[in-house]
Design a protein. Structure first.
Ligand code: ADP
Length: 474
C-alpha cells in the first residue's frame, strides 16, 4: 500500500521519497507513505490560510453539519479504522475500536459546542458607551500528534479547532500515519472543503520548523514528549503563537487503607496496562498504605497473572507489543535499575519476541523506593512498581515530588479524605476511585512540565478562540 499526503483537498507527495510503516506485532512493512518536509508543510499552511476566510465565514450550524457528517462516516468505518490502528500501533483491536469511539466523541461533542461560542455584554461606566465581547477563531492551527493514540490525539485538537472556525494543518507521528490519513479520507468524503483539514507526515523537525517560522500559523497544539514540547514552545515565541501542550506524565496511584481493594485493583489494571502502559496518563508508580500492602499486592498479582499478551488482532489479547526497540530498552533499563536498588519482581519481568513483535510481560516490582528511575521517569511500558507509605501527608508529599503534573489517582471510600487528597495533588486530572478519567466533555491537561492548556469540554474550545472587546460609543 502506497499512501500520499492530504493537502488542499488533494492527495499529494513524491513517489520516490517514501518511508515505511511497520506493524510492531510482526515487524512487517505494511505501507509506504510520502515523506513530507518543508515544501508540504508550507503548501498545507497556504491551503489552510486560504480556506480560513471561507470556513470561519460559515455559520456555526454549517460547521456543525460538516463535523456531524464526519462523525457519521467515522462511526460507519469504526472497525476498519480500528484494524488499521492495531496494525500500525499494536494495541489490541478492542482497545483500538474503543479509541475510535472516544476520538469520534470529540467530533460529536464539538459539533454541538460550535453553536455555543457565546460572548458577553458588560455594563459600561459611561452612559454613552456599550461594551461587547466576542469570541473569534485564532486562525490557522498546526497540530503535531504522537503515535500512542493515532486517532484521538488528532480529533481532540482538530474537532474544537474546526468548531471554532479555525483551519488545521496536522502532522501525525511517523509510526502511525495510516489512521491519520484514513481520518483525512473521511473528512474529504464528509465534504469538509479543501484546505480546512490538511494531514501530512514525514520529517518532524523540518515540518515543525516550517510551521513555527510561518506567521500565518497562529496556534500550535502538540501532544508528545516534554523535550519536544519545550522546543516548540521556544520556537513559538518568535511569532508569539498561542501554544497548547500535552506532555509527559508520571501518574501516582494511591491506595488508602480504607479503599475498596477489588475496585482499586480492577482500575489499576486498566490504568497501568492499557495500551501496554504507553499512555501519558498511565499509572507509573503505585503507593499503597502499609496496613493493606500485602492484601493489595496479592490481589493485584492475581489479576496481572490473568492478562494475555500477544498480537492485537488475536482474540482476547490484553497487551499488544511495544511500539519499537527503544521502548523495550527503556522498560528494561527501568526494571534493571529497580532490581539493582533492591526491588523484587513479583510477576513478569521479561521481554520476548514472537513472530517478530517485541513484547514486555506485565510486570510488578515490589519494594519500590523513591530513588528508582521508575519512580521518577516515564517508563511508558507495562511495569508497575509498588511502594508503601504510612500517612496521608507523606503520600501527598511523595506524589507531588515530580516535575510532572498530568494525572493522579486516589482510592479511598472515605469521601472527606478523597476530597482532601485530590485537592492537595498538584495534577491537572485526578481520578478518585476511577482509573480511566478521559472523556470528551471534561478538560484534559497537565500542570507543571506536563503542559499548558486543556483539551476537551468547553475549556478545550477556548484554546482556539481569541477574545475581542468591542467598545461602542452610542
Ligand atoms: P514520542 O516519544 O511520543 O515519540 P515525540 O515528542 O518525539 O514523542 O513525538 C511526538 C510528535 O512530535 C511526533 O509527531 C513527532 O514526529 C513530533 N516531533 C518530534 N520532534 C519534533 C520536532 N523537532 N519538531 C516538530 N515535531 C517533532
Amino acid at each position: 500500500m502506497r499512501k500520499k499526503l492530504y493537502i488542499n483537498g488533494k492527495w499529494q507527495g513524491e513517489e520516490h521519497d517514501q518511508f515505511d510503516v511497520v506493524n510492531p506485532a510482526t515487524k512487517q512493512v505494511i505501507a509506504a507513505v510520502s515523506n513530507g518536509g518543508k515544501n508540504e508543510a508550507e503548501q498545507a499552511v497556504e491551503a489552510a490560510h486560504t480556506a480560513f476566510e471561507m470556513w470561519s465565514g460559515f455559520t456555526a450550524q454549517e460547521r456543525s453539519g460538516f463535523l456531524a457528517k464526519w462523525h457519521q462516516l467515522i462511526e460507519e468505518n469504526k472497525e476498519e479504522i480500528g484494524k488499521i490502528m492495531t496494525m500500525e500501533q499494536g494495541k489490541p483491536l478492542k482497545e483500538a475500536i474503543g479509541e475510535v469511539g472516544y476520538a469520534n466523541g470529540f467530533i460529536s461533542w464539538y459539533a454541538e459546542e460550535a453553536k455555543r461560542i457565546y460572548g458577553d455584554t458588560i455594563p459600561a461606566s459611561q452612559t454613552n458607551k456599550r461594551i461587547f465581547v466576542q469570541k473569534q477563531p485564532v486562525g490557522v492551527v498546526s497540530a503535531i500528534t504522537p503515535w500512542n493514540f493515532p486517532a484521538a490525539m488528532i480529533t481532540r485538537k482538530v474537532a474544537p479547532a474546526l468548531a471554532a472556525g479555525c483551519t488545521a494543518v496536522i502532522k501525525s507521528a511517523e509510526e502511525t500515519p495510516l489512521t491519520a490519513l484514513k481520518l483525512a479520507e473521511l473528512a474529504e468524503e464528509a465534504g469538509i472543503p479543501a484546505g480546512v483539514v490538511n494531514v501530512i507526515t514525514g520529517k518532524p523537525k523540518e515540518i515543525g520548523d516550517a510551521w513555527l517560522q510561518d506567521d500565518r500559523v497562529r496556534k500550535i497544539t502538540f501532544t508528545g514528549s516534554t523535550e519536544v514540547g519545550k522546543q516548540l514552545m521556544k520556537g513559538a515565541a518568535e511569532t508569539v503563537k498561542k501554544v497548547s501542550l500535552e506532555l509527559g506524565g508520571h501518574a501516582p496511584f494511591i491506595v488508602m487503607e480504607d479503599a475498596d481493594l477489588d475496585k482499586a485493583v480492577e482500575q489499576l489494571i486498566g490504568s497501568k496496562f492499557r495500551n501496554s502502559g504507553q499512555t501519558c496518563i498511565c499509572t507509573n508508580r503505585v503507593y499503597v498504605q502499609a496496613t493493606i500492602l500485602e492484601a493489595f499486592s496479592e490481589k493485584f498479582k492475581a489479576a496481572v497473572a490473568e492478562l494475555k499478551t500477544g498480537n492485537g488482532l488475536e482474540e482476547n489479547v490484553d497487551l499488544g507489543p511495544l511500539i519499537n526497540d527503544q521502548a523495550i530498552e527503556k522498560v528494561q533499563s527501568h526494571l534493571d535499575d529497580a532490581t539493582a536498588k533492591g526491588g523484587e519482581v513479583s510477576i513478569g519481568g521479561n521481554s520476548f519476541v514472537k513472530n517478530g513483535g517485541q513484547y514486555f510481560e506485565p510486570t510488578i516490582i515490589t519494594g519500590a523506593t523513591d530513588d528508582m528511575l521508575c519512580m521518577n521517569e516515564e517508563t511508558f511500558g507495562p511495569v508497575a512498581p509498588i511502594a508503601s507509605f504510612e500517612t496521608e501527608e507523606e503520600v501527598i508529599q511523595r506524589a507531588n515530588n515530580s516535575p510532572y503534573g498530568l494525572a493522579a489517582y486516589v482510592f479511598s471510600e472515605n469521601i472527606g479524605r478523597a476530597v482532601r487528597v485530590s485537592e492537595a495533588l498538584e495534577y491537572g486530572i485526578v481520578g478518585v476511585n476511577d482509573g480511566l478519567p478521559s472523556v470528551p466533555q471534561a478538560p484534559f491537561g497537565g500542570m507543571k512540565e506536563s503542559g499548558i492548556g486543556r483539551e476537551g469540554g468547553h475549556h478545550g474550545i477556548e484554546e482556539y478562540l481569541e477574545v475581542k472587546y468591542i467598545s461602542l460609543g452610542v
